[in-house]
Design a protein around this ligand. Sequence first.
Ligand code: 9MR
Length: 388
Amino acid sequence: MDVTRRDSLLLGAGALAAAAAAPLHAAPAATPKPSLNAVAKRRGRRFGSAVGMGRPHHVEGAFADPRYRAVVAGECGLIVPENELKWSWVQPAPGVFDFSGGDRLLAWATAHGLALRGHNLVWHHPKWWPAWVTNHDFGARPSSEAERLLTTHIDTVCRRYGSRIGSWDVINEAVDAQTGEMRETVFSRAMGGRPDDVLDLCFRTARAAVPHCQLVYNDYMSWEPGNEKHRNGVLRLLERLKKRGTPVDALGVQSHIGSGNNEGDPSIFGPHDERTWRRFLDDVTGMGYQLLITEFDVNDRGIKGDIAQRDRAVADYARAYLDLMLSYPQLGDVLAWGMTDDRSWLQERPPRADALPKRPCPYGADYRPKPLRTAIAAAFAGARSHHR
Ligand code: 9MR
């Protein structure tokens, strides 16, 4: 696929410049058939990926690259904006809404027959608010002001896209991974130090605005050792939400698997961890929640060897993980957090000891499929069918 007139209308000037800068010989290689989405579809699922149109020369600028768009259009049934629907993009200043990024991605997705999912309405983490929210004066009645800000944001964003977004990450990462406790934010503090009240308000507001949309709690608890507190915290949260009748349909399991980003993070896992992870998923689905894989990639930061050995290890690790996940009929959509290694957020994280680029995605920086792509297809083909 080349930069067509329609694409040039959809793309911003910066993005176009980056697309134009792509080497001429880099015509997109055809993606294999059947596509990952076609294989997923046979078992009632969809396969998708994050697409970013952020800083054009950074990993996030994937959308600007026609080769990247070709891989996504060839392999996916849905996309999720990597950053463009986050609060800091959508409401960069009080009451000022900017939907340009989401709108462009929606237009492109629609033109290519892809669905769009939404990420995220509220990133319940102090680090990720725009400065104006962090520094906001909540006034004499902080609780009402917090409610006003949250409901206005969620209502405005949800109604803007209506049924064109079928699934929303309403709350992202509310549980502190280190302690398993709920994170406090400016909103929870304004609402009397009760983060659960914030979550209830957000999910209820989203349900009222888009009643038919799948509402998701999204987090990165994983199966590797070191995740015990995080898993337990998420489980306790899901139990409380269920008990109060908060409208949450599914747990989004982000699935950034493999080596951690922090020094000393364990990257190994064994049969014991697999059993523990199954118990976690059994508990979640036992409460009636659906599952999604929302941000799949495999960090090979700690994997040694040459390229072939690393790719094999990544593919095998992913296969074991996906086989387990896909044995749950409650697991629906599966989305990768990027399709090609050169565009992965992980390239901007702590480097490998040998300083070589990481290889966490189904396609390489040469835009050719890797063993990870084969592993994903095989896992889909051997999966149990999805049913609600
Ligand atoms: O990949 C995203 C990166 O481009 C952004 O700079 C970053 C901050 O907004 O968020 C990254 O995506 C995160 C996602 O929104 C939530 N789960 C973890 C993802 C990777 O950090």
